[in-house]
Design a protein around this ligand. Structure first.
Ligand SMILES: Cc1cc2nc3c(=O)[nH]c(=O)nc-3n(C[C@H](O)[C@H](O)[C@H](O)COP(=O)(O)O)c2cc1C
Length: 213
């Protein structure tokens, strides 16, 4: 390595975050920041780290794509029998993290997930490109498989069996909605004195607080 990792350093100075100027609803504030991330040309601004844990506290995290803000929550799609699906089944508490690097921003969300309706899942599934729908049908997400050829042959066999008909949304695939209890907006600032504004839900009201960086 030519540069020591510990020497990597960046100053943050793009913007600021003022609790007097933000929206009182964190989902609306999220939409403002999300739109700014989108408009700034960030690729896949909807990529987020989803952290889950099993019943005894073993944690795992991975990236998934946010597919909408609906019914007061963050919606994403995945395999219900995947590792995350299994963890969410036994422990619905989860966290999301967005990092919009060029804007020097992070958003953290904590809350509980629930499956969205089958109708909403099927409607989204049917809007996906053909190849994505086929992959959702043939991939036993998070299971050990023998090799790459196994996947390719599952795909080819599945497409042949379809005989030109559209793939049907499998029962073990669908959407989750994470309803937030805590949402934190982080804006990088000069001298490492960053802005952190946290919303936490207390008896149906959002309490807005500033946290030390
Ligand atoms: C940019 C990006 C987007 C992804 N989007 C999704 C997604 O929306 N849904 C999904 O199930 N996996 C998605 N993945 C794959 C997951 O990170 C992960 O590999 C997969 O869901 C299996 O995770 P699990 O074994 O922890 O359940 C994405 C990966 C990347 C890098």
């Amino acid at each position: 390595m030519t540069k020591r990792i510990s020497d990597l350093r960046k100053e943050y100075h793009t913007s600021s975050l003022d609790e007097k100027l933000i929206h009182t609803d964190p989902l609306l504030q999220f939409e403002i920041w999300f739109n700014e991330a989108f408009e700034s040309g960030i690729e896949e601004p909807n990529a987020m780290v989803l952290s889950t844990a099993d019943r005894v506290g073993n944690v795992s995290a991975r990236i998934v794509l946010l597919k909408g803000i609906e019914n007061g929550g963050f919606v994403f799609f995945t395999g219900y029998q995947s590792k995350k699906g299994t963890q969410l089944h036994s422990n619905p508490k989860a966290a999301l993290t967005f990092h919009w690097h060029s804007l020097e921003r992070q958003v953290r969300v904590e809350g509980k997930v629930a499956k969205i309706s089958r109708k909403a899942t099927v409607s989204y599934f049917n809007s996906r490109p053909f190849d994505s729908r086929v992959s959702a049908c043939v991939s036993p997400q998070s299971s050990v498989i023998p090799d790459r050829a196994f996947l390719e042959s599952m795909r080819e066999g599945f497409i042949l069996d379809l005989q030109g008909l559209p793939p049907v949304c499998p029962d073990n695939w669908g959407g989750y909605c994470l309803k937030p209890m805590v949402v934190e907006f982080w804006q990088g600032r000069a001298h490492r004195l960053h802005d952190r504004i946290r919303y936490r839900l207390l008896r149906q009201n959002w309490i807005i607080e500033r946290l030390a960086p």
